[in-house]
Design a protein around this ligand. Structure first.
Ligand code: ZZB
Length: 236
């Protein structure tokens, strides 16, 4: 599979993250970095997800930039030619996912560019960077998780304002219209992010429908098939 990396610059750390990180990054700009299969959906980002039980680090990429991601993905990046010394990981500070929640970041290309870091139960530490950018219009996992967070903000220890952005229409599909993920979640009668089996099926359906039959509703490729947009530009 071809993943695209999305860099989301930190605008304001949560108080917990600030206490651990500020003063330790040496003037570098810090970005949360997410791996996505669907760069054409980036207009519709409404937040970003981390796993609360996952360990993250802030890794120096060079003197100007540092990335927040898992150690595993930071190590992989050192073999992709983006760091000064091949194979050498430079961890500036480590941090628990739970403490990143509430951090405000800038999501490139998003219609609402200032978004928050929120908790998701199904983030896998072993996949991508461990940071997931959220597009509830087109990703069933993202739609269901933001729905859960909106229903019970206290339970998830978040401020309701952090999950206030509604899904943004980005792609129209012949079967599901402008809100593919919410429609598929409804069709499969998914109730919560704990319904992981149905969510995997929903993701498969939404992916096929959006990628192969979808038409872009916004941006540079408005009116064109998603497939075409993906061929023209592999990078967000
Ligand atoms: C934005 C996006 C928008 C995504 C969409 C999907 C969809 P796959 O097929 O299993 O490889 N993801 C990335 N990293 C993780 C992680 N560590 N834990 C959990 N989820 C993760 O799926 C790749 C997708 O899974 C990625 O693409 C990311 O969400 C998420 F409209 O990025 B995606 C129907 C899917 N639509």
């Amino acid at each position: 599979t071809e993943y695209t990396g999305i860099k989301m610059e930190v605008v304001k750390w949560s108080p917990e993250a600030s206490a651990e990180i500020e003063g330790k990054v040496g003037g570098r700009k810090v970005f949360l970095v997410a791996a996505t299969l669907r760069p054409e959906t980036m207009y519709g980002q409404t937040n970003c997800f981390v796993g609360t039980a996952i360990k993250y680090g802030v890794y120096a990429i060079n003197d100007e930039e540092a990335f927040v991601c898992t150690y595993r993905s930071a190590r992989n990046m050192t073999f992709q030619g983006i760091t000064a010394v091949r194979g050498q990981v430079q961890e500036l500070v480590s941090i628990d996912g739970a403490k990143l929640v509430g951090t405000k970041i800038r999501a490139p290309f998003a219609i609402n560019p200032e978004v928050y870091v929120l908790p998701m139960e199904n983030v896998l530490a072993t996949k991508g960077t461990g940071v997931v950018t959220s597009v509830p219009s087109d990703s069933p996992d993202d739609f269901q998780t933001t729905t859960d967070l909106r229903k019970k903000p206290e339970f998830y220890k978040i401020d309701a304002a952090w999950v206030a952005i509604d899904p943004v229409p980005v792609i129209s599909t012949p079967t599901y219209g402008e809100m593919t993920a919410p429609a598929v979640v409804k069709q499969l009668k998914i109730q919560s992010q704990k319904d992981t089996k149905q969510l995997a099926e929903a993701k498969e359906i939404a992916y096929k429908e959006g990628f192969y039959n979808g038409t872009m509703l916004v941006g540079e490729f408005k009116g064109l098939p998603c497939k075409k947009r993906n061929r023209k530009s592999a990078h967000g």
